[in-house]
Design a protein around this ligand. Structure first.
Ligand code: HEC
Length: 151
């Protein structure tokens, strides 16, 4: 067997073994519309388009979320994303937490979110300058500028 075929066989073997490595479950917990965040329509449109796949219980799972090693990354992002901020369970947060999350949302849209590797496969999720302004106005309660202590 040539070196090329041998390499292919090794890669295929590794790829096959990957498929049996356990990872996070792929679940969309039940939706309770009472708990979902209530924001103006233009804000909700942006959240749903650009954030909901990782920050809600309405994840649209892509086909590669079933194929290791991509599935490990996708599922981990959803688990950690929901843990950090879940728009589907917003009303479970107390006022203090909501305020803190709004600050984080305000900050995150600068460039951290949506996370860059998500944008490779979801270019439509990229935030325009207008989108960022809309989110920041909402998060800051109208002024588009937010004071917060630098930590
Ligand atoms: C591909 C998945 C994904 C998308 C899409 C995404 N996020 Fe995140 N987000 C994450 C993950 C994962 C974390 C947790 C990061 C960590 O644990 O350090 C996170 C954390 C956050 C946090 C918590 C604070 C922080 O910066 O760590 C905020 C706020 C946030 N995201 C806002 C948003 C907003 C707003 C959008 C849409 C414009 C969005 N995210 C889109 C995956 C995503």
């Amino acid at each position: 067997m040539g070196i090329f075929l041998r390499m292919c066989a090794i890669f295929l073997g590794i790829f096959a073994v990957f498929q049996f490595i356990p990872t996070y479950e792929k679940i969309n917990p039940e939706i309770d519309s009472f708990l979902e965040i209530k924001a103006p329509k233009n804000v909700m449109q942006i959240f749903k388009r650009s954030c909901y796949d990782c920050h809600s219980n309405e994840t649209r799972w892509p086909w590669y979320s079933d194929v290791a090693p991509m599935s490990w990354i996708v599922r981990r992002d959803v688990v950690n994303g929901r843990r950090a901020l879940n728009f589907s369970e917003w009303e479970n947060y107390d006022e203090e937490k909501k305020k803190e999350l709004k600050k984080q949302i305000y900050r995150s849209v600068a460039f951290a979110m949506p996370i860059p590797q998500y944008l490779w496969t979801h270019p439509e999720a990229k935030l325009s300058d207008d989108d960022k302004l809309i989110i920041r106005k909402w998060a800051s309660g109208g002024s588009g500028y937010m004071h917060y202590e630098v930590r």
